[in-house]
Ligand binder design. Sequence first.
Ligand code: SAM
Ligand code: SF4
Length: 475
Amino acid sequence: MKLFETPAKVIDESRQGEAYYAADNQHNNINHFKKFYIESYGCQMNFSDSEIVASILSENRYGPTRDIEEAHLVLLNTCSIREKAEETIRKRLRTISGLKQGKPDMMIGILGCMAERLKKTLLEEEKLVDLVVGPDAYRDLPRLIAQGEDGEKGLNVLLSREETYADISPVRLESNGVTAFISIMRGCDNMCSFCVVPFTRGRERSRDPFTIVAEAEQLFSKGYREVTLLGQNVDSYFWQNEDQQIRYTFANLLEAVARIHPDLRIRFSTSHPKDMTDEVLETMARYENICNYIHLPVQSGSSRILSLMNRTYDRPWYMDRVEAIRRIVPDCAISSDIIAGFCTETDEDHADTLSMIRWADYSMSYMFMYSERPGTLAARKYADDIPEEVKKNRLNEIIALQNEISRKHNQRDIGKTFKVLIEGDSRKSDNEFKGRNTQNKMVVFPKANGYKPGDYVHVRVESTTSATLIGSIVH
Ligand code: SAM
Ligand code: SF4
């Protein structure tokens, strides 16, 4: 399996630095006087934010381009989650800055988490940057751009307790026309000690459920057949109107979206083990169109390390949640995020992580070496004391074990028939389609007459690679 492949929130390595272009032609129209070019890094939330930014710019004279050379405005939507992510972006910035040398009118803007984390110092360190705009300040972009056009640097990194961009209809960029992401909340109120997100994305706030349902309905009417509801901790979604008569928990929201149409599939990410309720699982079990897949990051299998990480659950609690999934949604696939080499981690703690991977039988995991982030609780309280070499070895052991488990997971699917939503041509051949089953596994199969992306088909699995199920359509 690929270390970073697939879904929702976590980093999809194949998409890092992707340059966006509107899938919807109405936004590529010629009434725009100027062109913007945007590259996105990091988690799915950033990719979704770029669609909000594209929408704001499209209303303000700027149309998208894929050609950086013809852009008046070049934007990098950035990620701070690990040091390496920031290094990649700084390197890219240096290349782009070279382009600007011959084009005095070109403006360069940094959006997202790095903008928020580094604020003014980014303008001082990267002299060619004109705009620095944090994740809650995108509505201010037109003003900041106008300021930039007048030769002034633009900075807005104010975080908000209310901003959810609820009324902005995102411009779907680079879309396959079948699957889309919908942000249901922003920020995070958890204080995992390793994590920079609460500092870069601010306090947690939930978006009005009626705008979420309306967005999903609109996507369905345009032919989309799968939506992924996105948040750092979807289980703590909570919204109430002003007089507190109408209240929505995450289970209520899931149900409302699931009721739009049985042919609209629903996924969500990320679930936090401390908040995932049986009510959510029971809602999943009631609706066939809510996919049987949960991303439930464990981070570590050791209760001692989980406590240092401030995850607010321990190993038995996590196991209880996995057992609840197995009981209530029996064929649900579970995936995880795992960090190797957190502060003070011993061989015994590491062995606990390995045994958890085996016990939870994850279909896949995103696996990382711990990277100390300035300003986080861990950076302030604990020494980053595990040598790089040890972190690397532990990570390799984790990857090897997860690969073995993923392979077995897939092998158990041979001979089974799954309902698959066709997403498009497979990467390797235009004679094959690719799509996902309810468990979020990629399935590849030969095309058959009459079927197109957006259709559901039943596919019998005949063989597997480590990351993909291979089969053929059954009628
Ligand atoms: N909200 C999600 C959750 O609680 O699972 C996680 C969001 S974070 C963008 C994605 C993943 O990055 C985390 O689950 C964690 O495994 C990893 N991560 C975050 N900070 C990290 C750090 N300092 N070093 C290594 N990995 C980190
Ligand atoms: Fe970071 Fe923890 Fe919030 Fe996830 S839940 S974004 S890991 S602080």
